[in-house]
Design a protein around this ligand. Structure first.
Ligand code: PLP
Length: 382
């Protein structure tokens, strides 16, 4: 892909591998299911899936039927589970493409049976709603669901639930959900794979791992919540860094205004640089005031973030082409996704997901800096 603009997201596949290994060790006998929905949380589903497969992952999980098909079209032949709702029209496609789908209600099981075609049986994982309140049969419907699946032409391969609050200090809801799931599992037929944990549960509650854990956010080296980040038993290594270069530098006079609305006014003579990244790249306007790294030091974004550009205040003159680290490490300093999330009043999950297509994803294989945010060679201070 052409990229004449220096703005890019560098994805360190070495960090993905390292995080995966940490989870594989922590999960003991349980397998890791790599969650690559939403284009691998913005990191690139295909590349993350390939890396996960190389690291021994047997099952990938996505949210939508189209995400599963995109992986198949990219030549990925490993098992894929669609965790979200699939319409009846997708059932024959899932059979043909060997895509596992989620049985999310008793009604769904009946509708899907009518939609099923000849050929290999549809593979399903039954979802149980133990307290998330999103998809799944209610715990008291589980036995009916087992019976329906047993008399259906489907292959009943797995059962799962999803925790709503595994990332919090208060474990009351987590405990209640785990207890409900245990009740459901008592009557489960033999040979059905059980998976309940997301990243937070795998990190904070390893005893419930069952047969597999579904790892999303922390596969990418990001903690699900500040609480989990502080208590994480494994050192997560962020895989994504966001980089650009200065495209324009100028000295402004005292009282100069910067960007739309003139919300910033220089105090004295100041060095202001322009960066070719803006809200159309996913660097939202709420990031006005956020610091970026230049020569290993923090400098602020001043004035409003524009659609395609933003301005930073330098400590002195620097050349056009000077590397700027927006997310990631430079020298001894790091700006983590968590910092952006806090600034934007949101959760870290949103940040990589909203980096738009205009930002090319560049893949590197580095395995250095274990435990530290990724340091990309081309933006290191020389
Ligand atoms: C997204 C998702 C996951 C992964 O959750 P993380 O918190 O990112 O680890 C697991 N299970 C289901 C059902 C999901 O939708």
């Amino acid at each position: 892909m052409e990229n004449y603009r220096p703005t890019k997201a560098v994805i360190n596949l070495g960090a993905i591998r390292k995080n995966l290994e940490s989870f594989q060790q922590r999960a003991g006998h349980a397998e890791v299911i790599a969650v690559v929905k939403a284009d691998g949380y913005g990191h690139g589903a295909e590349e993350i899936a390939r890396t996960a497969i190389e690291s021994g992952v047997h099952l990938l999980a996505v949210a939508t039927p189209d995400e599963a098909l995109a992986l198949r079209r990219a030549g990925i032949d490993r098992d894929i589970l669609v965790m979200g709702a699939v319409p009846p029209a997708f059932v024959p496609v899932a059979q043909r493409e060997n895509i596992i789908v989620t049985a999310l209600s008793l009604e769904w099981i009946e509708t899907a049976q009518q939609a099923a075609g000849p050929g290999q049986p549809l593979r399903v994982h039954l979802k149980v709603d133990t307290g998330m309140g999103r998809l799944g049969v209610q715990p008291e419907e589980a036995e009916t669901a087992y019976a329906k699946l047993a008399s259906s032409p489907f292959s009943f391969d797995g059962i799962f639930t999803h925790f709503a609050a595994a990332d919090e200090q208060d474990t009351a809801l987590f405990d209640r959900q785990a207890e409900r799931m245990n009740g459901v599992l008592k009557r489960l037929p033999e040979g059905v794979m059980v998976h309940v944990s997301n990243s937070a549960a795998a990190l904070m509650h390893p005893s419930v791992a069952c047969d597999a854990v579904r790892i999303g956010i922390s596969l990418y080296g990001i903690a699900p919540s500040p609480f989990v980040g502080e208590h994480s038993p494994i050192a997560l290594e962020p895989a994504l860094s966001l980089e650009t270069e200065i495209v324009h530098v100028k000295k402004v006079q005292p009282g100069a205004t910067i960007s739309y609305g003139a919300t910033y006014r220089s105090e004295g003579e100041e060095w202001i640089a322009t960066l070719p990244i803006g809200y159309a790249d996913g660097m939202l306007r709420g990031l006005q005031g956020q610091e970026v790294l230049v020569r290993g030091e923090r400098v602020p974004i001043v004035g409003r973030v524009c659609m395609d550009q933003c301005m930073i205040r330098l400590k002195g003159p620097l050349p056009v082409g000077e590397p700027v680290q927006l997310i990631g490490r430079q020298g001894d300093e790091a700006v983590l996704i968590d910092e952006w999330a806090e600034k934007l009043g949101t959760i870290p999950y949103e940040i990589p997901c909203i980096l738009t297509k205009r930002v090319p994803r560049i893949y590197v294989n580095g395995t250095k800096n274990a435990g530290l945010p990724f340091q990309s060679t081309d933006s290191m201070i020389r």
